[in-house]
Every structure is written in C-alpha cells, then in structure tokens.
Design a protein around this ligand. Structure first.
Ligand code: AN0
Ligand code: CP
Length: 317
C-alpha cells in the first residue's frame, strides 16, 4: 500500500477487517516490521485522537515517530504556487515537503478543508503535494475530503458490536455552531457503501454529500423515518457541499439533535460519533452516557485502523 485515502486502498474489505481483529489481539506481534523506520505525522490542524492513536500504532509496530505541528513551531507554509510571499508565510510547501520526506519512511497528513475554494479542497491539493513531492508513502489523517482512518475504525466497531449479519446503519446530520468539513461523513459513506450493511443517510435539504461518496446510498430527509429500526446511529455535523452554499451553515435546527426520544425510534441502536463532540448540540448527555454509546470504544479502534494501515505500508516498502 503506497497511499491510504479511501476504502478501495484496503482491497478486500473482509480481509482488512479480519486483519484488524488479528492485530487487535496481537498488537505487538509485528514489532520487527518498523525497526529503524520513522513515521512523520504532520498536523496543519488540531487533533487529540489521531495524534495519539496513530503514534501508538506506529510504536506498536516498532517505529520511531515524529510529530510536526505546522503553525506551532514550524514555519507557516504557503500552499499556492505563484504567490508573492510578502505575508506571514515564511516557507513554501514545495520546498518543505521534499525536506520532510528526507527524514522519514512514511508520512501522515492532517489538513482540513478550508472552505475558501471547493476545487482546492476537493482536489486534495495539500495531500497530493505530499504524495507527489515527498517520495514517501502518504496516508490521510483527515485531509480536504476524507478521514479514512476514522471510517475504518468505525467499520471495525460496527463489526464488533453488530447483532445481525446486515445491520441498519444510519448516518444522521446534527446541528453545530461552526462550519465543519464533510471529510468524516464522506469517508463513512465511502466505507458503508462497500460494507455488508443497510446504509441510510439523513440530513436537512441542502446537505447532500458529494455523489462520489454518497453513491447509491438511500437518502431520507425525515430523520424520524430514517431512524426507525436502526441498529447503529452515527451522528455528525457537516457544512453544505452543494453550490452555491459550499462550506456554509444552512441550519442549526436543534430538532436534529440525537436525544433519548430519537433513540427510542431505533432498534435499541448503538450511538456512534467520531469525537470531538459538542454535547447537547449533536447529542444529549443522556444518550452519549448511555450503555448504548460506543464513542469510547470507537476512538480506541483508531489505534487498530492506523496499525493495519501502517503495517500494510511497511510491508510494501
Ligand atoms: C473535525 C471535523 O468535523 O472534520 C474533526 C473531526 C475528526 N471536527 C471539528 O473540527 C470539531
Ligand atoms: N476523530 C478524530 O479524528 O479526532 P481528532 O480530531 O481528535 O484527531
């Protein structure tokens, strides 16, 4: 594996899930693979889980890890070619990335959608510069349009907790005070569309995801109808994708918050969220604290998804 950005990079999904279960039972069984190898994790944005779980996964594999926070200690980077760099950016990505590539064997990149230019975000401009210029395998740790390590961890969690062969999984939009990227719902849809689940997406009108991620998933605009019979409820906020509202907040309708009453419509569903979550906006205290909430187990599986991905990259070096 040279890059990891979407479900297709994993190949046979059942085999990837089986590998995840094996890695989870035997985390330290592959320590030789990463000996004298270095993982560089580059963050343009904040992170708690990705930062810790990806480092932990690399360490489980015997690797050394280096974490670079752009904007905090490193020079601020220009990303557009042709700009007269007379502002606050001291260095260009075009030099910085090959330099970074010299000091490591694999690179993880976190760089959120900026919502300034849809084309810039959806062409994965920053991630692709790393792929093109670093000379090293690159994986997304949430980039412009995708968060595949999260979606893979989500799928592993669903596999662990499902009580039937083909559970109903509902991705529901929920309100949030700030405009958030589509990366998490995009990748969740990317994975669920390939998984053995009945997948339904529910959101207010105007929040349709990009067709390359939503694909043939059922979209139900009535949240109550979507939740009926659900085995897993996956909540997330995202800003609008469709033009002319790209990156905008169209609704803060609190009737979309996942409450005990909403969960009562389901088949005693498990509640999932990638975290960080704003309580009593996305989900109430009662639901996230209930025995049906899997948010902590889901976050723990980030170590496993990262370990499978890094292991496969190391095996291909
Ligand atoms: C980010 C997002 O929604 O993409 C990261 C989630 C993993 N969330 C926030 O910025 C709050
Ligand atoms: N879920 C997730 O990626 O969390 P962080 O933003 O804290 O890494």
């Amino acid at each position: 594996m040279r890059t990891f950005t979407n479900v297709k990079d994993l190949g046979d999904l059942k085999a990837a899930i089986a590998e995840a279960m094996e890695v989870k039972k035997n985390r330290f069984g592959y320590k030789k693979l990463g000996e004298n190898k270095t993982a560089l994790l580059v963050f343009f944005n904040s992170s708690l889980r990705t930062r810790l779980s990806t480092q932990k996964a690399a360490m489980n594999l015997g690797m050394n890890t280096m974490v670079l926070d752009i904007n905090q200690g490193a020079w601020k980077l220009e990303t557009e070619r042709g700009v007269v760099m007379d502002g606050d950016k001291s260095e260009h990505l075009l030099e910085a990335v090959p330099v970074m590539g010299n000091f490591c064997d694999i690179i993880g990149v976190r760089s959120f959608a900026r919502f300034e230019d849809k084309k810039f975000d959806y062409e994965e401009t920053i991630l692709n510069q790393f792929i093109r210029l670093s000379g090293k395998p690159v994986f997304s740790m949430e980039s412009g349009t995708v968060h595949p390590l999260q979606a893979f961890a989500d799928l592993i969690t669903i596999e662990e907790y499902k009580k039937k062969d083909r559970p109903k999984v509902v991705l529901t939009w929920a309100p949030h005070p700030r405009a958030l990227p589509q990366a998490v719902p995009n990748s969740f849809a990317d994975f669920m569309n390939e998984a053995d689940v009945e997948f339904v997406i529910t959101h207010p009108h105007g929040y349709e995801l990009a067709p390359q991620f939503a694909r043939n998933a059922k979209v139900e605009y009535d949240q109550d109808k979507a939740l009926a019979g659900a085995d897993f409820v996956y909540a997330k906020n995202w800003a609008a994708y469709a033009d002319p509202n790209y990156g905008k907040i169209l609704s803060k309708d609190m009737s979309w918050t996942v409450t005990t009453e909403k969960m009562a419509l389901t088949n005693n569903a498990y509640f999932m969220h990638c975290l960080p979550v704003r309580r009593n906006m996305i989900v109430t205290d009662d639901v996230i604290e209930s025995p049906q909430s899997l948010v902590i187990q889901e976050a723990a599986n980030r170590e496993i998804s990262a370990q499978v991905v890094i292991k496969r990259i190391l095996e291909s070096l």
